[in-house]
Design a protein around this ligand. Sequence first.
Ligand code: 13P
Length: 216
Amino acid sequence: MLYEAERQQIVDTCLEMAAKGLVVGTAGNVSIRVGEHVVMSPSAVPYETMTAADVAVVDMDGKQLEGNYKPSSECPLHLSVYKATDAGAITHNHAPASTALGLVVDEIPISHYYSAMFGGAIRVAPYATFGTDELASNVTNALNGRLGALMANHGAITIGKDLPAALDKLPYLEYICEIELRALWTGRAVKVLTDEQMAEASEGIKGYTAHAANEG
Ligand code: 13P
């Protein structure tokens, strides 16, 4: 079996997303880039019963090489992001706060300095039908220079150098959205950070993650 370790990592990550409450049912998908191939969660297969053999392997044109089931319906989205970035992995979900906030803003206001983890203000990709090239293009554009984006009327996406890095960002994105929503619910003006404050936060975040990496 091609890429057995990576395929098991996909299964484990799907289970972890479910355990952490980051997905509803099979409403999400994950992938890892391995050279010119992509290892991707299968479409509509329940995470509890998914095995490594079920996980799909596709080439950069979307041709399936292995896997008991067809790849995620968001295969065009994953491939488009890999072609446009140096990401090594992608996670996508439909968590409530990120999905809700994507219904009311075009960009998440920088109300929390954690936006710096994502490279700046997090954009909302315009809606297009799931699984389409149009959605793939909208989301790829929204991710330009960022490690995460919201998808209007749909969900959220994060990318990283590897699968743990991409998965690590998902709860932070959900948290940022939850905070913004709660602040909006008050009806009061929401304080946002200045460019200077964000630049300082970005420097601090780099040191913070480097420190964690050294300890890891
Ligand atoms: P898949 O099960 O095909 O990955 O679809 C779930 C989804 O999130 C579509 O956006």
